[in-house]
Design a protein around this ligand. Sequence first.
Ligand SMILES: [Zn+2]
Length: 408
Amino acid sequence: MSAFSYEKSVQLDGALGRTGVITTPHGEIQTPAFIPVGTKATVKAVLPESMGDLGAQALLANAYHLYLQPGPDIVDEAGGVGKFMNWSGPTFTDSGGFQVLSLGVGFKKVIAMNEDTFRDDQVIAEGKDRLAHVDDDGVTFKSHLDGSMHRFTPEVSIGIQHQLGADIMFAFDECTTLHNTRGYQQKSLERTRLWAKRCLVEHGRLTDARSDKPYQALFGVLQGAQYEDLRRKAAKDLSGLNEDGITFDGFGLGGALDKEKLGTIVSWLCEELPDNKPRHLLGIGEPDDLFVGVENGADTFDCVAPSRQARTSAVFTPFGRVNLTNSKYQRQFSPIDDSCDCYTCTHYTAAYLNHLFKAKEMLASTLATIHNERFIVRLVDQMREAITTGTFYDLKTDFLGRFYGSKA
Ligand SMILES: [Zn+2]
């Protein structure tokens, strides 16, 4: 037995959304769920204990960063990423594919890109001063830390992720951008399919070789940009792969996702995917995107945005995002958000956070991150609850109206 499973509970009326439970060797994840990101095996500025207290069910770390520093052998010797960082719950690692390619070609958050800007294969093909070069076997890239050269292949990524020891890992894929031509997307999709097969083979080999370790699940990553036929093909291809009995335990919905088409793309994928395996929407964490993702069948989500924004003094409230350095908070001797149950809002005032940010005190980042992570974790928890009680669409209308209302 693999000690990993997914069980669906309640289907959302008239849509692909659902609630369920993912079981891992380190505990269960009630889905839909938001998974906070601890890139380098730490959610910046916050204790793992605080992440547990604020309701995080699992944490996601990054294979690229942990490979460069401290190195996967050290994390392996420590007993895996969870034990290393003193987090006893489930963990995820992403494959490093997005990082080696995005750092190499310099594109920003995929969802922030506008597909109408331009199309050019050169953004990802052979280049002179780029930090990453892709070929059919893998990606050669330059470390952003010291400029040293490295190479990731499907086997290398899976090897690193087995050493990191997370409960859920992702297959190594080529993450394209919306700027690539359709021809390139098609070619890249086939490359990602062949890499997925190699990931499964290596995963099977390492699962046997490391049978003394807890089982690690492997999710296949679905690309295909904004093209319906390519997206559906990716979902069919990867859910149909079987390498000597080794299949994907779940799927990562990845790659270039234009915000306008996010729901449509997720629905194309989820219509093709088997109902009995979990689906993780990679790198998505804006409230409106989370509603769209949940409604269209995604089970888990990760994003650095809540913590990254918190460190720049941008915090969530039910009435939208606000900046705590604004002078209007100087004398607000009440919480950032009266309706929030987080540690920050139950112990500190907006005035105090305004002071900490202006004085550039480290505690500012800690308190703001706790609030933002709690806000997003709780929002997705509320969506789960609302699917169960049949009130998802009411929650969506209420929340989005309030959150974006003033800007609409
Ligand atoms: Zn709060």
